[in-house]
Design a protein around this ligand. Structure first.
Ligand SMILES: [Fe+2]
Length: 433
């Protein structure tokens, strides 16, 4: 049997006492037993947990191991074995305990269209070994293979079926830099639209055909991510918080599954979010979600506001802002360029900061960055490199570096910090790098 661990390993959803370990075996048709190990060291001399999981064809031979009883804020190493073959080893890290004041080091990535370029940025992200990695959506794109691309994605057709989505994830995971980023740190991913279909909202047109497609896409997403919960009845519970001591409350949002004409989040998710924003004792309230949050007026011919972003739901946005007075941070993506700015309420009060990650590889649209900055005084930074966010939240401040590469159409680009910003809880200030 050839090595079945070609899609790599991953971990995610860190809690103070546990993580989820993931792998998916390839080349099998029957159920298979998979042994797993967790060690304190990367040579697996001190194995502290182990067990056997069952890889089932119905779940594409994916394995999601819920490891419990670990120490808080601690690095661990893990690996799998099946049929005499060993997986690569991964490194993970638990969250700190509920009273911890330890800083948290995170990275955030998004928008990685395979045909548009190499995942060099992920290699650099992996080298940073952050405490946690957030993915802000567009992990795959469902589109058919284009006539010309930097590289060839599989399958050739637009993905609409379970088999199609599975093959698309496998194609993306053929990239060693993406596998390295998963093996380097635990992930907390959220999805945007392209994990299913361009610009879909909620239940789409409500047809059985669309709901079957959405259910297939959600299942394939689960099968390739280290998530704590399984899809059920065609849905998947994605909104959740991951709390790092008293320092950062990361609220991972689902801006697609419950979206409707007058709501980005749906009533239940909004109520959950508003309640936590208002009551959390944690210093930083961090929204982990795909879409541009603050107002962005684009000069020129109408429409000047992009209705697909939060500018399409200003009332719901205002209700979220009414729940905070400061210390709000929004991490977002989607627009394939980097932005940073202040979050200002309708009454003119600055309550936080937004950092918009560019894209790992997806091509940017034509954007008049200076023109948009001039028309939006709260927006302070624009940059057009491919890259990711690298940040640290601490008791004193919240820092974000925009990390960028000069090219993705060929391998090997070095990374550099394009700009770095800090906030003490209201607006942002650029710091020298
Ligand atoms: Fe995208």
């Amino acid at each position: 049997m050839p090595n079945p661990f070609t899609l790599g390993v991953a971990s995610g959803e860190p809690l103070p006492d546990g993580v989820i370990l993931w792998t998916r075996l390839t080349g099998l048709s029957r159920p298979a037993d998979v042994r797993w190990q967790v060690a304190e060291d990367d040579r697996f001399a001190k194995v502290i947990r182990q067990g056997v999981a069952r890889a089932q064809p119905a779940w594409a031979h994916s394995v999601h191991v819920k490891v419990e009883g670990l120490r808080a804020a601690t690095d661990y190493f893990y690996r799998f074995r099946s049929g005499g073959e060993l997986s690569p080893a991964g490194r993970t890290r638990t969250a700190p305990g509920p009273t911890s004041t330890q800083p948290v080091r995170f990275a955030a990535a998004n928008c990685q269209r395979f045909e548009h370029g190499w995942y060099t940025a992920y290699r650099h992200l992996a080298d940073e070994r952050p405490d946690v990695v957030f993915h802000l959506g567009d992990y795959i794109y469902e589109y058919a293979r284009p006539a010309h691309g930097v590289r060839r994605v599989d399958p050739a057709d637009e993905t609409t079926t379970l088999a199609g989505y599975r093959a698309r994830y496998a194609s993306y995971r053929s990239d060693p830099d993406l596998r390295a980023a998963h093996a380097a740190a635990p992930w907390v991913p959220v999805w945007d639209d392209h994990e299913v279909m361009d610009n879909y909202h909620g239940r789409g047109d409500g047809s059985d055909r669309f709901l079957r497609r959405r259910a297939a896409a959600y299942q394939a997403y689960y099968e390739h991510m280290p998530l704590r919960v399984r899809p059920r009845d065609g849905g998947l519970q994605m909104y959740r918080r991951r709390t790092y001591g008293v320092i950062a409350d990361f609220m991972a949002l689902d801006v697609r599954q419950f979206r409707g004409p007058a709501t980005m989040l749906g009533a239940a998710q909004e109520a959950w979010l508003v309640a936590r924003l208002a009551a959390t004792p944690v210093r930083w309230r961090v929204l982990v979600q795909p879409l541009f949050f603050t107002r962005r007026f684009v000069p020129g011919p109408a429409p000047n506001l992009r209705k697909e972003s939060w500018d399409g739901q200003p009332e719901q946005r205002a209700r979220l802002l009414a729940a905070v007075s400061q210390n709000l941070v929004v991490l977002s993506g989607d627009v394939h360029n980097a932005w940073a700015g202040d979050i200002v309420t309708g009454a003119g009060v600055t309550v936080g900061a937004e950092f918009v990650g560019s894209a790992i590889s997806s091509n940017p649209p034509v954007t008049d960055g200076p023109g948009v900055l001039a028309a939006n005084p709260h927006l302070r930074y624009f940059d057009a490199h491919r890259g990711y966010l690298s940040g640290t939240a601490s008791a004193t401040d919240f820092r974000v570096a925009f990390r960028g590469v000069d090219h993705v159409d060929r391998k090997g680009a070095p990374v550099r910090t394009l700009a770095e910003f800090v906030t003490e809880g209201r607006g942002i200030r650029r710091v020298d790098v």
